[in-house]
Design a protein around this ligand. Structure first.
Ligand code: SF4
Length: 463
């Protein structure tokens, strides 16, 4: 039911409601409400005076009910799904089953189901059995087309959407993957409903750019979302103004903050407007000492670094060639300011990975830990270090798509090896995706599982 603690940025006045839409995010409320894509689609739909939109999230074994009115899914005219993660397809199937709605489009006469989000590009081979339209393009382009079709009085209104680039009918989807069609976009996506029950409590997220200028070989972002598209400072600042009086917490969302030509000025402007900022990601080698200091002050003294690998061979293979010295230099600068936490992201299971590559990683972590301990002399405390170790999941569309994912047993051994060698450094903690879950993502993204296996996985607890 409607959360009373939610704050809406816009009023959404209505005229005569023509269609009722169920907008589904097949993950927990906290995760879905932190998704800019989901919030953006909600805003685009809810801005129509003729549509009412109610939100649905994954509620485990319980029948999903709308956040707004508690109504079930089958009472809506259309179901629209935002699919961000590969494994969300299992949740979606579960949600339909618990709502007594036939999963397959061939068995379902009502309601029509539209799926979009990055998951649509990765899992089209499975989703074409469920969806009536698959959307693999920017929401700002697709949603007005869907609304026009929806408000027409045609019985099979969704069929007309298939003639637009990036919107596909299931029968026109022959491959397991759908290339994303990117369009020029003027205004940034942003949080339109603030909530304390969110991965970013009461924080207004504003997209400052789409895609990425770098082309790291393993990365989906730069290989799927097309050309880098920064939003103008004027649009970002006028969006930020909407949050004044509602929250002083903003998050700037970008693949890399420093790609934006006005990132430094933007931070100053937003700080001057009274906002405390957080940043989704940045390339550490591009940060000036001044910008690094601003980031650490805004982030409440957390430094996030993503070396991915510590070995030269793999830095080249990933095309993310940031020397280890740069990370050490930034840690030195950050400890001089007195940071509280350092978060490090690493990948394992890279092609031709040997024990020596893992030792390189251990040495880099040891060195960062040694530098961080020196901070205690000045500030009286040592920052904690979180080491996030994730298996490489070779993704479609990327330049590592041809690589076979390492098996679960070997990945587990490598994680144990790293934990053994990091153990004892003090205030260093290891986290990361489980190898089994990462493998499930891989199998789903590459269509390695049969439809029956997918249906059976959705019935049982998956990893
Ligand atoms: S810098 Fe980050 S977002 Fe950009 S391509 Fe590399 S990994 Fe992806």
């Amino acid at each position: 039911m409607r959360k009373h603690s939610e704050i809406f940025l816009y009023p959404y006045p209505k005229q005569k409601i023509v269609k009722k839409i169920a907008l589904v995010f097949p993950e927990r409320y906290e995760v879905g409400m932190a998704s800019l894509g989901f919030q953006g689609v909600y805003h685009l739909l809810q801005s129509s005076p003729f549509l009412s939109v109610e939100r649905f999230f994954y509620q485990g074994n319980h029948q999903p009910l709308s956040v707004e009115t508690g109504r079930p899914l089958d009472e809506f005219d259309v179901i629209m799904v935002s699919l961000s993660f590969e494994t969300d397809i299992l949740h979606l199937i579960e949600m339909l089953t618990l709502s007594h709605i036939p999963i397959e489009n061939s068995q379902r006469s009502h309601p029509p189901l539209i799926v979009g989000g990055i998951g649509c590009s990765l899992l089209a081979g499975y989703l074409k059995k469920i969806a009536n339209i698959l959307v693999a393009t920017d929401a700002e382009f697709a949603i007005p087309i869907v609304i026009d079709a929806l408000l027409s009085s045609h019985e099979d209104w969704w069929l007309s959407c298939g003639k637009y680039e990036g919107l596909y009918l299931p029968e026109d989807t022959s491959s397991h993957h759908l290339p994303f069609v990117s369009h020029p976009v003027e205004k940034p996506l942003h949080t339109v409903i603030l909530t304390p029950e969110n991965e970013f409590p009461m924080r207004g997220l504003i997209e400052i750019s789409r895609s990425c200028l770098y082309r790291c070989r393993f990365c989906l972002v730069s290989h799927v979302y097309g050309a880098y598209r920064p939003f103008s400072r004027e649009h970002i600042l006028s969006t930020a103004q909407l949050y004044q009086g509602k929250t002083n917490q903003l998050g700037l969302v970008a693949a890399t903050l420093t790609n934006h030509p006005e990132s430094e000025t933007l931070i100053d402007d937003l700080n001057r407007m009274g906002f405390e900022l957080s940043f989704s990601a940045f390339r550490i080698e591009t940060l000036s000492p001044r910008l690094l200091e601003k980031i650490i002050i805004n982030e409440k003294k957390t430094l996030v670094l993503a070396p991915e690998s510590a070995s030269e061979k793999h830095k080249h293979l990933l095309r993310k060639m940031i020397p280890n010295d740069v990370f050490l230099e930034r840690v030195k600068q950050a400890t001089a300011i007195g940071i509280k936490r350092i978060k490090l992201y690493f990948l394992i299971g890279l092609p031709e990975e040997t024990e020596s590559d893992l030792y390189d990683m251990v040495h880099l972590i040891q060195e960062i830990s040694r530098l961080s301990k020196q901070q205690a002399k000045t500030y009286g405390y040592t920052p904690e270090i979180i080491v996030d170790i994730n298996p490489l999941v070779p993704k479609p569309f990327t330049e590592l798509a041809h690589v076979k994912m390492e098996d679960v047993a070997t990945l587990k051994k490598k994680i144990l090896f790293l934990k053994r060698h990091i153990h004892g450094l003090g205030r260093v903690f290891v986290s990361g995706e489980s190898p089994r879950r990462a493998h499930l993502q891989y199998d789903l993204a590459w269509g390695n599982l049969s439809w029956d296996e997918i249906l059976s996985l959705s019935k049982h607890k998956h990893p």
